[in-house]
Design a protein around this ligand. Structure first.
Ligand code: ATP
Ligand code: MG
Ligand code: FE
Length: 340
C-alpha cells in the first residue's frame, strides 16, 4: 500500500509517500519559518498563500523521489484538522483534486494522530500504550487501548507547552520559533533559577503552563526595574527544568496507572533534548518501554500523516469527497470508527 500524504495545517508545506504505514519512501518539507520570522509568529493569511505557491511542486517532487508512479498510489491522505483553517484548506483541496483525477480513495487524517503515529515510522507500537503529545498547540496524555483508538486522559488548561516555549523565548530575545533556542540555552547554562511547577489537583493528568510563563516574565521585569540584564541561560534552564519535571512525572504516573506496554513521545517539543534525555533516564530506571521518533519526525511532516492514515486504510475506511477542513477536529471522534 502506497499512501501519498499531504500536511498543510500550519507553516510547513509537506508531502510524503509512505509504504504500508511505516516505510518512508519520500518526505518533502518546505518550511515558511523564514517568512514568518519577521512577524514573530505564524500569520495565517500569509501561511495559506505560501501553501498555494508550493503545494503543486511539493507533490510532484515527493512522488518523483518515491519512485512510485502516480497511478500506483493506493490512497491520498491529507491533514483534515486541527490547524489553521485557511492553511488546512490548501492541502484538503489539493488532496481532493488528486483523489478525483487519479480515482484513488481519500483519507482525511487527524494532525495529532499523525504526531502520535510518527512513532510507527521507527518501530512497531505495543498496545495498550500511552502517548505524551507535546507540540505548538497541544499538550496531552492520550491512552490508546488498541490501534487507532484514542482517549485523551489529560490536557493543558491554558497554554500548550510549545506555545509557552515560544513566548518565553520571545521574552528573552530569541527569534521565532524559540523552542530550540531555549533548549540550547538551557543545556549550555550552569545556572538555573527556581521556578514553580504546576501539579494541579492530586491525580490530575492535566497541565498548565501559563503560571510558569508569568513567573518568567516577572523575573525579567524585576531585573529590568533594577537595571539588570536578564540572565538568559539561567531563565531558560529554570523554565526547561520546570516543564520537563512536570511532563515526565505525569507521563510516568499515567503509564503506571493504566498499565500500558509502551510510552510514545511525540510533537514538535519532543525534539527538546532536555525532555528526551530526562524521559529516557526515568523510563530506563522504571523499566518502561519508551519510543521517541527522530527529530525530523517530531516537528510537522507528512510522513507521520501517511502513517496515521494507514490505520484507516487497513479498515478500508475512506473519507467522502465532501469532507471539510476542520480546525477543531476532535481526536477521539476521528479514531472512533476503529473501536471494536
Ligand atoms: P500542533 O501540532 O499542536 O497543531 P504545531 O504543528 O504548530 O502545533 P509542531 O510543529 O508539532 O507544532 O511543534 C512546533 C513547536 O515545537 C514550536 O512551539 C517549537 O518552538 C517547538 N519546538 C521545536 N523544537 C523544540 C525544542 N528543541 N525544544 C522545545 N520546543 C521545541
Ligand atoms: Mg510548525
Ligand atoms: Fe504539529
Amino acid at each position: 500500500c502506497y499512501i501519498l500524504a499531504i500536511e498543510t495545517s500550519c507553516d510547513e508545506t509537506a508531502v510524503a509517500v509512505v509504504k504500508d504505514g511505516h516505510e518512508v519512501l519520500s518526505n518533502m518539507i518546505s518550511s515558511q519559518i523564514e517568512t514568518h520570522k519577521a512577524f514573530g509568529g505564524v500569520v495565517p493569511e500569509v501561511a495559506s498563500r505560501k501553501h498555494v505557491e508550493s503545494i503543486t511542486l511539493m507533490i510532484e517532487e515527493a512522488v518523483t523521489a518515491s519512485g512510485i508512479p502516480m497511478k500506483d498510489l493506493s490512497a491520498i491522505a491529507v491533514t483534515q484538522g486541527p490547524g489553521l483553517v485557511g492553511a488546512l484548506l490548501v492541502g484538503v483541496v489539493a488532496a481532493k483534486s488528486l483523489s478525483v483525477a487519479l480515482s484513488k480513495p481519500l483519507i482525511g487524517t487527524h494532525h495529532i494522530a499523525g504526531h502520535i503515529y510518527a512513532n510507527r515510522l521507527v518501530g512497531d507500537i505495543k498496545y495498550p500504550c500511552m502517548a505524551l503529545v507535546v507540540s505548538g498547540g497541544h499538550t496531552e496524555l492520550v491512552y490508546m487501548k488498541q490501534e487507532g483508538h484514542f482517549e485523551v486522559i489529560g490536557q493543558t488548561r491554558d497554554d500548550a507547552v510549545g506555545e509557552a516555549y515560544d513566548k518565553v523565548a520571545r521574552s528573552i530575545g530569541f527569534p521565532y520559533p524559540g523552542g530550540p533556542h531555549v533548549d540550547r540555552a538551557a543545556m549550555e547554562s550552569d545556572e538555573s533559577i527556581d521556578l514553580p511547577r504546576a501539579w494541579l489537583e492530586a491525580g490530575s493528568y492535566d497541565f498548565s503552563f501559563s503560571g510558569l510563563k508569568s513567573a518568567v516574565l516577572n523575573v525579567i521585569n524585576q531585573r529590568k526595574m533594577r537595571g539588570e540584564t536578564p540572565i538568559i541561560g539561567a531563565i531558560a534552564r529554570g523554565f526547561q527544568e520546570s516543564v520537563v519535571e512536570v511532563l515526565v512525572t505525569k507521563a510516568i504516573l499515567a503509564v503506571k496507572a493504566y498499565g500500558v506496554k509502551q510510552l510514545l513521545l511525540c510533537g514538535g517539543v519532543a525534539a527538546n533534548r532536555g525532555l528526551r534525555t530526562e524521559l529516557q533516564r526515568k523510563c530506563a530506571k522504571e523499566g518502561i518501554d519508551l519510543s521517541i521518533p527522530p527529530f525530523e519526525y517530531c516537528t510537522d511532516n507528512a510522513a507521520m500523516i501517511g502513517a496515521a492514515a494507514y490505520i484507516k486504510w487497513r479498515e478500508q475506511y475512506f473519507t467522502p469527497l465532501d469532507m471539510k477542513a476542520d480546525p477543531q477536529l476532535p481526536l477521539e471522534e476521528w479514531g472512533s470508527n476503529n473501536i471494536d
